[in-house]
Design a binder for this molecule. Structure first.
Ligand code: T4K
Length: 395
């Protein structure tokens, strides 16, 4: 098992009534062990070079280029900034088609870039952007498609690429959840015009805060490097707006250490997913979401559907889990289309996305990642199974 805090494992992790002694969050929260962390930070302090494309950021970019098989990796300080920069580098204007079933940062990045989201529905089985819906929403005002690779799975990249090509519009990806995933055997990170990853602490590859943009296009990479650093790095190419999207050396150091551990991290996530699959099997009304389109998943999130057959609603189950100190989440309730400012500014989407609405009210995310022990998975699954049994007995 990878670095669970001492006080949360073993028999003492739970009170006799099944409540966990300390809260268990959904985030991945993998972190390098102290000895390597200390050695790396001693080096960093000795060098006295803390930001502005230092040796650690450069090393991280090279390592990711090699791992993902992509020409350019541009590290940034978080994925939200990365998405804004990507839209700016593409020179987009007007509207961009984007799923509403995503974290609010995805459409907000478009708003920051002066663009208007056109919300699209998702596929009921894969939860990913629905290419037929994209086709229907395409108009002359639409300048691009921003797809989201959710959960540790991915979109139907071939179908979306075909729609984008047919209409002559760029396709780029919010791949915040997808580092380490493969599509048809190739790592996510090589597709569309650009892809944007998050290295937030809750993500499977963590820098604490951070992210990167990947692209095979030299001109887009040159623009990104200039936008990121106010013309501070690389050959100057014309861009209208610049910013500070730089990743610090400290964040790059954490990401590099976590990258060394990444095979172990993925392996542990696979074990946790398999344990949930065993523990939740056969509970009426509970369906563990399986990765559909990826050939390799990172199991960034453990996602379950809660249907009427279970006996209580998703929200009631989440509340019951919280009472046990299991901090399950309701991503992405209520959906970007029903969140501020879009529910007021773009009301036409409020009742137009039936699949998104259903997923937002029926899905629950269960804990996975570094803090989760085998005992945790067992306790969570047993709690859900017992909850159903006691509801069924009193019905
Ligand atoms: N696109 C998509 C599809 C995304 O999901 C995200 C972010 C983005 C773009 C933008 O990426 P960034 O700009 O963030 O790089 C979290 C994360 O903050 C966010 O990164 C993530 N997606 C989103 C889905 O979840 P919250 O507010 O729901 O959860 P948060 O950060 O409070 O953490 C979850 C749980 O983990 C909490 O119960 C507390 C616990 N926790 C969290 C942190 C950070 C810890 O125990 N330790 C920690 O250090 O947003």
């Amino acid at each position: 098992m990878l670095n669970p805090p001492e006080d949360t494992v073993g028999a003492d992790a739970y009170f006799a009534d099944g409540r966990r002694r300390t809260p268990l969050p959904v985030g991945q929260l993998y972190w390098p062990d102290w000895d390597r962390f200390e050695a790396t930070f001693r080096d960093l302090f000795a060098r006295e070079y803390y930001t502005n494309h230092g040796p650690l950021v450069q090393a991280l970019e090279r390592a990711l280029q090699e791992a993902l098989g992509v020409r350019h990796v541009v590290c940034v300080n978080n994925a939200t900034i990365g998405l804004i920069m990507a839209a700016e580098a593409l020179g987009l204007r007007g509207k961009v088609i984007v799923p509403a079933f995503t974290f609010i940062a995805t459409p907000q990045s478009l708003t920051w870039a002066g663009l208007e989201p056109v919300f699209c529905d998702v596929d009921p089985v894969t939860h990913q952007m629905d290419p037929t819906c994209v086709e229907r929403l395409m108009t002359p005002e639409v300048s691009a498609i921003l797809a989201v690779n959710l959960w540790g799975d991915c979109c139907d990249i071939s179908a979306l690429s075909a729609v984008a090509e047919r209409h002559g519009r760029p396709l780029f990806f919010d791949s915040a959840h997808a580092i380490g995933c493969c599509y048809e055997g190739a790592p996510i990170g090589r597709f569309g015009s650009m892809e944007v990853f998050s290295f937030h602490a809750t993500k499977v590859l963590s820098a604490g805060e951070g992210g990167c943009i990947t692209t095979n296009h030299d001109m887009l990479a040159a623009r990104l490097r200039n936008i990121r650093s106010s013309y501070g790095a690389g050959p100057a190419v014309p861009v209208v707006k610049t910013a500070n999207g730089r990743m610090s050396e400290a964040h790059a150091a954490i990401a590099l250490l976590n990258l060394q551990d990444f095979p172990r991290t993925l392996n542990r996530n696979h074990e946790i997913f398999a344990a949930y699959a065993r523990g939740l099997a056969g509970i009426p009304g509970i369906s563990l979401r399986q990765p559909q389109r990826v050939s390799v998943s990172n199991h960034q999130y453990i996602v379950c559907g809660v249907d009427a057959e279970f006996g209580i609603s998703r929200d009631e189950l989440v509340e019951a889990l919280h009472n046990k100190n299991i901090i399950a989440r309701r991503y992405f309730y209520p959906g970007a289309h029903r969140s501020t400012p879009y529910r007021d500014d773009l009301p036409q989407f409020c009742d137009a996305l039936p699949v998104t609405d259903r997923l937002c009210t029926t899905l629950v995310q269960l804990p996975t990642g570094a803090l989760v022990s085998d005992e945790d998975v067992e306790m969570i699954c047993r709690f859900i199974r017992d909850a159903h049994a006691s509801i069924a007995a009193t019905a």
